[in-house]
Design a protein around this ligand. Structure first.
Ligand SMILES: *Cc1c(COP(=O)(O)O)cnc(C)c1O
Length: 281
């Protein structure tokens, strides 16, 4: 288990008013910047979804972000999902929201509403690496796995999902910058790989994901985002089996979200600009 999990109780639900205010202000600033960038980039209003990247944040902090209007939650590590899911699910239901892939039996057990289908939904994505022995644990909770970067992993997820008679969303992660520390498939393999993954039963290929280049050169960062968009367009226009749903571009973090939106992002994954600096990595 990662060391910081021993230092911080991720299931903690109570945070003080000052911390709630800090997170509320952060989320509102990010939502404003998204709206402003949609406008200046000629993007349709509301076409960019704000995913709060919640690694190292506890249930209380995440609920403050949800109350401030973030659209979805992204966790990096299966262990963090497991530590937080019960608390998050319950707190969401108290607000009339169903979190993640909760099946209706789970909802009915936790909630007394007459019509659970009528509740709002808040998606939960996995945005960090997934080892195959954790797939089964994640399927009851997450709607979409953004970090699929090989056919082998996609096939394993598909098999587990099909066995549960479930369809799970996946994004193909592409290492656009080529930095060796980053996960993701090679950019020139992305198109073929996306077409193969799209055919798998039990999966829905929903789009592509990348982490922007860790450089100061704006053109270099934009080049990776633009290439991801180009791959998405070619996959979607291929008419190949299972590619019609390939619509999402998950790209842009706290430092490069305006470039990403300008290049066509549909999901931006934001941590520090909402929650402040991370104490633990
Ligand atoms: C942490 C993380 C983010 C958010 O990064 P910030 O710099 O905190 O906005 C986005 N995507 C992934 C995959 C992450 O691990």
């Amino acid at each position: 288990m990662t060391a910081y999990m021993d230092h911080k109780d991720l299931a903690n639900e109570t945070i003080d008013a000052a911390r709630i205010q800090e997170i509320t202000d952060g989320a509102h600033r990010v939502l404003d910047l998204i709206a402003q960038t949609e406008f200046t980039s000629g993007r349709e209003e509301g076409s960019v979804t704000l995913l709060a990247a919640t690694k190292t944040r506890d249930v209380g902090e995440i609920m403050a972000a949800i109350d401030a209007g973030v659209h979805m939650i992204g966790e990096n590590r299966p262990q963090e999902v497991i530590a937080k899911i019960d608390g998050l699910r319950y707190a969401c239901l108290q607000r009339g929201i169903v979190l993640g892939a909760s099946d209706m039996q789970t909802v009915a057990r936790l909630d007394e509403t007459d019509d659970p289908e009528a509740l709002d939904r808040l998606p939960l994505h996995l945005i960090g690496q997934l080892q195959s022995n954790k797939i089964g644990k994640m399927l009851p909770d997450v709607n979409t796995i953004e970090s699929v970067d090989s056919f082998e992993l996609a096939e394993k997820i598909a098999r587990r999902a099909a066995a549960r008679e479930q369809t799970v969303g996946v994004l193909l992660e592409v290492n656009e910058s080529g930095e060796p520390t980053k996960s993701g498939c090679a950019p020139d393999e992305a198109f073929e790989l996306a077409l193969r993954i799209a055919q798998l039963e039990g999966l829905e290929l929903q789009g592509l994901m990348t982490v922007g280049a860790h450089v100061d050169d704006e053109r270099e960062i934009r080049r990776g985002f633009a290439h991801l968009r180009d791959v998405r367009d070619r996959v979607r226009d291929s008419d190949a089996e299972g590619t019609a749903t390939c619509a999402e571009l998950s790209m842009g973090m706290s430092g490069d979200m305006t470039y990403a939106i300008d290049e066509g992002a549909t999901i931006v994954r934001i941590g520090q600009a909402i929650f402040g600096d991370r104490d633990f990595k």
